[in-house]
Design a protein around this ligand. Structure first.
Ligand code: NAG
Ligand code: NAG
Ligand code: NAG
Ligand code: NAG
Ligand code: NAG
Length: 442
């Protein structure tokens, strides 16, 4: 009886400690717990793991308990994958910054429920005409709705999304979910029972449309069940400008939200947007073609990226208490050059175990791949390293100079190098990314 009571106290303390202070002292400090005169000396990391096990005989010290429990869990050397602590991940990005690639790092994990850009529907419903409103009041309305929806989605209340989908789903069933095919969980059993066979993953990834064609309308209730059955959830969005817009969610202890802020050289973002959003970036193409800057060019299109990045990254790097253990900064260029290493760092920060299928996916879809034909099917991901650099041959020197001038403070912060001559720009053996490591803080 006494033994169980002790276990309960230990578990309760562990969960309280984890909830409120774990991150701060996660791997460094130790916590001494004195239980009825009997000292148990476990680090919080140990406690996290202990919290998942049924403790027997907690008269032992922490080492003994751990050696006892670890005999039944062979994965002791892995970071503690807070088994009963659901982790919620937000990929905070902007368009053409490599967010689809980062999303796949979670989408490919069999225990992560992944949603690709659900806030698309909020924006469409709240601000139908404006891609990125710079009107503060409008922005605030949109952000309030976005935060509420994110919170609901992480709690798997997927029907909250229904009120933003047009036409409004009947009977919790819709074929209008934006980029459903980008989400593995929404295209595989039990959400989709279509006879996709064993190649379900590769089929879905080969062509997102395949999912909608073969799975029929999405049953939102089934999707919510699938979300609940997964250990963790990840959402990618390009519709939240800055980290401070997420503060209320980050500070919510029930949510356990961790943010991966993805940044990229704004010159790379610009080049990629010019290719992708042909209408909205029409005047930039004109500039490139004629060598003369159109007088009515919307410079805000790139200035906004730099301002949002600058504010957000400055906030993150200033290490405010509310971001402790909850913020990691990732440069797309680093991910492109060292995909496996950076992914391991990401998972380690999140406290999740990196799954073999994620590593396989990376190997298949980056420069490591030798099988070119299988790679060509992928639309969102090409050779990531080459892709990250190819802006250097696509932008005119004038456009590069313009961008690096307006984004100068950001370049300093993120370690992107300014070029002074076209020769420097086109010489790809001259790197424009300084070696920098942005450690998360705990
Ligand atoms: C707990 O561990 C720390 C660091 O390893 C040590 O300094 C301290 O004396 C230990 N406390 C107990 C009660 O064993
Ligand atoms: C919704 O379900 C009800 C009962 O199952 C059915 O009668 C109705 O036609 C359905 N509505 C739509 C729009 O499918
Ligand atoms: C969705 O799935 C639920 C649970 O299996 C089921 O009861 C419901 O009828 C399904 N809805 C539709 C429209 O098929
Ligand atoms: C990686 O490629 C191999 C060989 O083409 C394939 O069998 C495997 O399913 C792929 N894995 C992933 C996760 O894409
Ligand atoms: C290209 O850059 C490399 C590394 O900075 C330098 O050694 C080389 O001379 C440059 N080549 C040309 C043609 O400028």
């Amino acid at each position: 009886m006494q033994c169980c009571w002790k276990s309960m106290v230990l578990l309760a303390l562990a969960s309280i400690a984890i909830q409120y202070t774990a991150i701060r002292t996660f791997s460094t400090k130790s916590l001494g717990l004195a239980l009825t005169g009997h000292a148990v000396n476990c680090s919080l990391k140990d406690l996290t793991r202990l919290g998942q096990e049924t403790l027997e005989g907690s008269d032992q010290g922490c080492d003994e308990i751990l050696s006892h429990t670890s005999s039944s869990s062979p994965s002791v050397s892995l970071p503690s994958d807070s088994a009963n602590k659901r982790t919620h991940i937000l990929i905070l990005a902007t368009t053409r910054s490599g967010s689809s690639f980062v999303g796949q790092l979670f989408n490919q994990h069999p225990e992560v429920f992944y949603l690709f850009e659900p806030l698309y529907h909020v924006q469409l419903a709240v601000l139908p005409r404006l891609a990125q409103s710079r009107n503060l009041a409008e922005r605030r309305v949109m952000l309030g709705a976005a935060r509420d929806l994110l919170r609901s989605l992480y709690h798997c209340h997927l029907n909250s999304l229904e009120s933003y989908i047009r036409p409004r789903p009947a009977n919790h069933s819709t074929d209008k979910l934006f980029r459903r095919g980008a989400s593995r969980s929404l295209c595989s059993p039990p959400v989709c029972e279509a006879p996709l066979g064993r190649e379900v993953q590769s089929l879905v990834l080969a062509d997102e449309g395949e999912c909608a064609r073969r799975c029929g309308p999405l049953n939102v209730s089934l999707a919510a069940d699938a979300c609940r059955a997964m250990r963790h959830a990840a959402i990618k969005t390009v519709r939240i400008p800055q980290i401070s817009d997420l503060r209320a969610l980050i500070e919510d202890p029930r949510l356990n939200l961790k943010v991966v802020q993805l940044v990229r050289d704004p010159r790379g973002i610009l080049a990629s947007r010019i290719e992708t959003f042909r209408d909205t970036y029409r005047l930039w193409r004109l500039w490139r073609a004629t060598g003369r800057r159109p007088h009515n060019l919307d410079l805000g299109q790139i200035n906004t990226v730099c301002e949002d990045f600058l504010r957000s990254v400055s906030t993150g790097l200033a290490r405010p208490a509310w971001l402790r253990g909850r913020y990691i900064l990732l440069r797309y260029e680093d991910l492109a050059r060292f995909p496996l290493q950076k992914t391991r760092e990401l998972y380690s920060f999140l406290g999740l175990v990196l799954h073999r299928s994620v590593e396989d996916w990376i190997i298949n879809n980056t420069r490591g791949s030798s099988d070119l034909s299988s790679r060509q099917k992928f639309t969102t991901v090409r050779d990531s390293a080459a892709n990250a650099e190819n802006w250097r041959v696509k932008l005119s020197f004038d456009m590069v100079v313009h961008t690096q001038t307006v984004c100068q403070p950001l370049f300093k912060l993120l370690g992107y190098k300014t070029v002074f001559h076209p020769r420097e720009l086109r010489n790809l053996s001259h790197s424009l990314v300084e070696d920098r490591t942005f450690h998360p803080f705990f």
